[in-house]
Design a protein around this ligand. Structure first.
Ligand code: NAI
Length: 333
């Protein structure tokens, strides 16, 4: 059955990597009808708004989107598109699958984990103010509703993907109220999933363990701030931002995107690596139950990554964005 997907190519390298990714996904046989919308700098130029209402309407209608990177203008008074999308669609779960790929250089092997980050509250709720002129205060908001929701998401994901263990990260030994509540919610939700092992770790020790033996972790669930930091730490463990897919899942939709930025330094030069966005597209295909097509693309990526003349310069190769996409398509045939 045809699935409609909202495509936001973004700006900078966004349009070139999006076009590469769409060509690969279409060639995989996944029956997708793309609804394409501008957002970011391109939309400011065309409509005077970085996030036109029709983008949000399309995402609400289709429930699934794929997004390229978007430049956040500094100090120009425009709202951040990424924050705007997250709020409009209540994208409460940020998901990062982290897996070693044999062909991508990393100091580790055997990593296969998912970081589930709460995306709506904590110190990122935006409640901040100056106290006089020499002190500042940021309020850390943790609610039972959001904590239980994200923990339940982590356990459901573990079940769906056949994973064995959920680890909750927190600092409840010091932040007894806020992180204490998060931990209480994680423990309560864990009881509903006797088939999945549960443990909790204090976040500083968790960081140390992740660097020492990342292969021991399976699903890690965290409040927003720790989740932000640990998901980039996790990307570093498997070879960097260029190979880490991202997904934001919510009540009204799911938005898949690479986690790197718009790379203005190489935009328009056919040099950008499409892999992170393609891996995000593969996560999207799995979400849409196009499992066969997702597997087909992954197998082709693994073949192409062994061929230096078929991959982009950041991966040590000599090919352009388009040529890398063409090689992946060829490897699928
Ligand atoms: P960046 O990730 O765009 O670039 C950092 C470095 O990595 C650059 O040297 C760039 O050339 C390289 N790079 C990034 N993606 C690459 C790819 N696919 N292939 C090859 N090389 C790649 O980070 P930066 O420069 O801090 O941000 C640029 C803009 O992107 C900013 O306006 C920022 O706000 C925005 N941004 C947007 C994100 C999003 O839309 N999700 C996420 C992160 C940043």
């Amino acid at each position: 059955m045809t699935k409609k997907v909202t495509l936001i190519p973004g700006d900078g390298i966004g349009p070139e990597i999006s076009s590469a990714v769409v060509s690969v996904i279409n060639a995989s046989g996944a029956d997708i009808d793309w609804e394409v919308f501008d957002a970011g700098l391109i939309a400011i130029e065309k409509y005077g708004d970085p996030l036109p209402e029709q983008v949000i309407e399309s995402l609400r209608r289709n429930k699934v989107g794929l997004k390229g990177p978007i430049t956040t203008p500094v100090g120009k008074g425009f709202r951040s598109v990424n924050v705007g999308l997250r709020k409009a669609l209540e994208l409460y779960a940020n998901i990062r699958h982290l897996k070693n790929m044999e062909q991508i250089a990393s100091r580790y092997s055997g990593i296969d984990m998912v970081i589930v980050r709460e995306n709506t509250e904590d110190l990122y709720a935006g409640v901040e103010h100056m106290v006089g002129k020499d002190a500042a205060e940021s309020v850390k908001i943790i609610t039972r509703q959001a904590s239980e929701r994200i923990c339940r998401y982590a356990f459901e994901l573990a079940r769906k993907e056949g994973r064995k263990k959920v680890t909750a990260g927190h600092k409840a030994n010091i932040l007894k109220f806020s992180d204490g509540l998060f931990l209480e919610c994680a423990r309560k939700v864990a009881q509903e999933y006797p088939d999945i092992q549960f443990e909790d770790r204090i976040v500083d020790a968790l960081c140390m363990n992740l660097v020492q033996f990342p292969e021991r972790f399976d699903v890690i669930v965290l409040p927003n701030l720790y989740g932000d930091i640990l998901s980039d730490l996790g990307a570093g463990l498997v070879g960097g931002l260029g190979v880490a897919p991202g997904a934001n899942i919510g009540e009204e939709g799911a938005l898949f995107e690479a986690i790197h930025g718009s790379a203005p330094d190489i935009a328009g030069q056919n040099k950008a690596n499409p892999l992170a966005m393609l891996l995000s597209g593969v996560e999207m295909l799995k979400y849409l139950n196009f499992e066969t097509e997702a597997k087909k693309i992954m197998a082709a990526i693994e073949i192409v990554l062994t061929q230096k003349d078929k991959i982009t310069p950041d991966l040590g190769g000599s090919a352009g964005t388009r040529e890398m996409a063409e090689a992946i398509i060829e490897a699928m045939m």
